[in-house]
Structure formats: structure tokens, C-alpha cells
Design a protein around this ligand. Structure first.
Ligand SMILES: [Fe+2]
Length: 397
């Protein structure tokens, strides 16, 4: 008999066999060949059945919601076939289910820690940890998935990753980013050219220094990723700077919890000043997730709008802001590097604060081309690259 499907398109090596099954009508316990124990509820198993009664076998999306199954669904009998498949017959009038052991093992929610998707966790840094952006040779970036994965792995971990030797061609940054996923267009275009312009609609398009900042803090959803590809640079000055905002925030949290509390809960306003658009957003400068972990920084001094805060909080808010900016400016956090033609620098715009030193536009030429994308696209591409590796392993077994 063919192996059961899974409610997705991934590959699940069955490295462990089910040695023993125990069950009641409500729950089921598996004891694996390595003695690990996994427990699953009957409702969860019924809900995640990859068979055609529940899941569309072409799209692998759920076709029947759990609430539309028989209300009294429970386990009547559970057993393991010779090929290792778990079979469940239900107490209600409902087709029997079959589960692939590798899938069950990968989605075991009864153990601590909960199953994760295998992506790298953030490693925060200052210049004692990183003296230059983690760099991968990008000569083969459009063709070689190993190069792509090495680059993206650094980006997920450090929030900053550079490719060297990417052909310095107009439009190349878009081709490279499409290897990850869709580009996010903005009012600055699908891609944008960072060079001095006669009528600049951003400080970026001048030769002035740019203090450490995130881009587009004015948006409800601040872009997750930014890419800058250096096509030409024969000017003097203009070194790039990067600060790990998560590292700065972590340190403030330890050194001054009161300031951290203000920075992560009191709202500031960001507004853009473009002639044809009027984006605004109100947000704390440090954004935490529901577990209190760092999720995002919003930090664009040149797009801060007038603060609208209760009168008795305003001076405290400015003092906290002052503390944050002084901290960001400490040299220990500021990674400094030169843009060479062919360099393509990627960073997490919701974590890393980028900037540049002033450059001399009177001599030579400087042309960076940039675009945005999202953290979602990075995570999706890393999962697919890992999935392809699992498929290759299974294919050679
Ligand atoms: Fe910027």
C-alpha cells in the first residue's frame, strides 16, 4: 500500500519507528524506537488527517473544518501497519485515517520544546563579535542554491549579510531578490537608485551623512528586508554603517529597565514628507512580541512627526529617546564598511539600523540600487531550501 500523504508538500524522513501504541477514545500515545513518547489528541489527529476526507490531496489545504466533522469523533482503534503507518478507526461514522510516522514525529506537540521550523534564531552582535558584514561570494548567486542558502542563513541569524562580486548591472538587485521572493514596491519605486539627485525627495538622495535608522517607519508594516547593491563607487567617504538594534535594546533592557519600558510602550509618530504621499504611523520605538521578545525597532529621526503624548509624559519620553540615540551612537555598536562595486548588502530593516557617512559628490560617482522585501519571504525560501535538501536525502536512500 502506498504511504500516507501529509497535509503539506514537505518531506519527512522516517528515522524512528513506532514501537508501541496506546489509546483511549480521546488521546493516543506512541512509544518510538528511541524510547521517546509522543501524545496526540483524537481531535488534533482527526483535524490533521491528510486523507481525502479532510484534506484536498492536490492543494493539500484543509477541505473540511473540524467543526463540520461528527461532534463525537473519537479513537475506536489504533494500530501500526507493517510499513510503519499509524492507522486510526474512528468511533463516529467517519473514514479511517492513516498517518506517516515521520510527519507525526515532526509535529509532536507533547514534548518541550514545541516543534519548531528549524530556522536560525537571531544572534545579536556588536563590533567585538563582527568586524565586517558576514560575506558570501555572490558570483553564482543566480544559479547556485548553496550560495543562496549560505547568504540567507547569515541574514536570518545576524540580520546582516553581504554578497561580494555580484555583477554591477542595472536591475541585478531585483534579479537577486527574486531568488528569495517577491519585491515590495513603495512610493520610492519597485527598485530605487541611491545617488545624489537634483530634486531629492529623501535625505538618502543627497551626499549628507545619514544617522543610524530604519527605513519607512511611517508605514503600518515597516519593510522587513532591505537590499543595497553597489554599482559604482569612486567617491571619497560614504562608508556604510550598521547597528544591531536588537543588541542595543537588549543592553538597555538590562542597564535601564525603566527607560526600556518607556521605549517599548509609549507611542511616537512618524510621518513622511513626500510631496505626493502622506504616510503616518504611531508606534513605540521598540516593539516586543507577546512573549516580551524583541520583534522590531522603529527609528527614523528624519521622519519623526510632532510628538503627541500626554503633557506629563512628554519630557520623560524625550529623555528616554535621548538615551536610546546616545546608546545607538556608541562606537561599540557601529559596524563600518566600504561599498565596493559588486557588493550587495542585505539587512533586516526591522532590526538593523543602517546609515552612512557623508561623501564627496563633487568627485567620482556613487550609485547604489536598492529594494525591499519581507522577513516572510526569507523564512519561506529558507524552509524550501531545507525541504529540497531533505528531498534529495530521501531520493538517495
Ligand atoms: Fe535608509
Amino acid at each position: 500500500m502506498e504511504q500516507p500523504g501529509t497535509p503539506d508538500f514537505d518531506y519527512y524522513p522516517c528515522d524512528h519507528k513506532i514501537n508501541h501504541v496506546e489509546y483511549t477514545s480521546h488521546a493516543l500515545t506512541l512509544i518510538w524506537s528511541d524510547q521517546r513518547t509522543s501524545q496526540y489528541h483524537a481531535c488534533w489527529l482527526a483535524d490533521n488527517d491528510a486523507g481525502s476526507a479532510v484534506t484536498n490531496t492536490l492543494t493539500r489545504e484543509r477541505e473540511i473544518d473540524f467543526v463540520d466533522m461528527p461532534g463525537d469523533i473519537g479513537i475506536q482503534q489504533a494500530s501500526v501497519s507493517d510499513d510503519g503507518t499509524l492507522n486510526i478507526a474512528w468511533t463516529a461514522d467517519w473514514p479511517e485515517s492513516r498517518f506517516l510516522p515521520g510527519w507525526l514525529r515532526a509535529h509532536d506537540y507533547s514534548n518541550d520544546p514545541m516543534p519548531d521550523d528549524g530556522l536560525r534564531q537571531a544572534t545579536t552582535w556588536n563590533i567585538n563579535d563582527l568586524t565586517e558584514p558576514p560575506t558570501t561570494d555572490g558570483t553564482e548567486i543566480l544559479r547556485d542554491d548553496d550560495v543562496l542558502e549560505a547568504w540567507l542563513d547569515n541574514l536570518a541569524q545576524y540580520g546582516l549579510a553581504r554578497l561580494a562580486n555580484v555583477a554591477p548591472d542595472d536591475g541585478m538587485v531585483a534579479d537577486v531578490v527574486r531568488r528569495i521572493g517577491p519585491i515590495r514596491p513603495t512610493n520610492f519605486g519597485f527598485t530605487y537608485d541611491v545617488k545624489t539627485k537634483a530634486n531629492p525627495d529623501s535625505n538618502a538622495y543627497t551626499d549628507m551623512a545619514l544617522d543610524s535608522h530604519t527605513d519607512l517607519a511611517t508605514r503600518e508594516y515597516q519593510p522587513g528586508l532591505q537590499f543595497l547593491h553597489c554599482l559604482k563607487n569612486s567617491t571619497t567617504g560614504g562608508a556604510g554603517t550598521m547597528v544591531d538594534g536588537f543588541k542595543v535594546a537588549e543592553d538597555i533592557r538590562v542597564e535601564n529597565p525603566g527607560v526600556f519600558e518607556i521605549l517599548s510602550t509609549w507611542d511616537w509618530t512618524f510621518t513622511n514628507r513626500a510631496r505626493e504621499t502622506d504616510y503616518r504611523w504611531v508606534t513605540p520605538l521598540i516593539i516586543l512580541d507577546r512573549d516580551g521578545q524583541l520583534s522590531e525597532l522603529r527609528m527614523t529621526a528624519f521622519l519623526r512627526g510632532p510628538l503627541a503624548m500626554p503633557f506629563d509624559r512628554t519630557e520623560k519620553a524625550y529623555a528616554a529617546y535621548h538615551y536610546l540615540v546616545e546608546k545607538i551612537r556608541e562606537p561599540q555598536y557601529r559596524l563600518r564598511f566600504d561599498y565596493r562595486p559588486g557588493d550587495l548588502v542585505a539587512y533586516d530593516n526591522r532590526r538593523i539600523l543602517h546609515g552612512r557617512e557623508a561623501f564627496s559628490s563633487g568627485e567620482g560617482e556613487r550609485w547604489l540600487q536598492g529594494c525591499y522585501s519581507e522577513r516572510d519571504e526569507l523564512r519561506s525560501r529558507l524552509r524550501i531550501l531545507a525541504r529540497n535538501r531533505r528531498a534529495a536525502i530521501i531520493g538517495t536512500k
